[in-house]
Design a binder for this molecule. Sequence first.
Ligand SMILES: [Zn+2]
Length: 236
Amino acid sequence: MWKKLFNTTQKIIKENKAMILNESSINYIHIQKRKKNISLKIDQQGLVISTPFDTPQSHIESIIERKLTWILKHLKKINTDNQLITSIPIFGKNFKVIYQCPNNSIDFKSEIIHLVIKENHKKIITNLLKECAQKYFNERLEFYRTKINDQPNHITLTNAKTKWGSCSSSRNIKLSWRLIHAKPEIIDYVLCHELAHLKHMNHSMLFWKEVESIFPEFKKFKKELKDHSLSYFILD
Ligand SMILES: [Zn+2]
């Protein structure tokens, strides 16, 4: 009874530990608390092992050894997720990413992305790019819409990695925000392609004539999009 009472007031112990396995050092955080089972997790801190108080060290190490493949796989993923982005293409130009700025913003003139903090930087950059894509695509669509003398019902952004754009029979245009990485002429080609589908819901000769009528140099950029598309998968 006294032991039980003592345990309830016992404070959580948190220690940084390491063990050598296959000639490499596995660092982990060992948390001892009032619990029944041993649990392992991998988060931003790395490997975290929680155990009941007084769990023998040899037991903890044997668990790490048994789970090593799983541990290494997940640690590797965390490391690549945490890799800091230092530059990113927007409109086909390499923008530098700098941190510890007063606000999160894109300076198009000096080609710099300003970020306040490093935490969650990929998500923050993605949001800035989506915002920029929305605004830019709308502007360009407005420009070409007058040339084609027709207009879509809705324009929405997608997260697609291979399908850059689409136009439905209900005249809704969808565009991948990732196109913002491409140079303006490539973006224009995709926008004109989708706008031309308002007139022809196919890829017939007449369709391509329509694309050409609003964007005469389209062939060059259609090819460039095909050649460079892989380089637009930068952010998850
Ligand atoms: Zn098409």
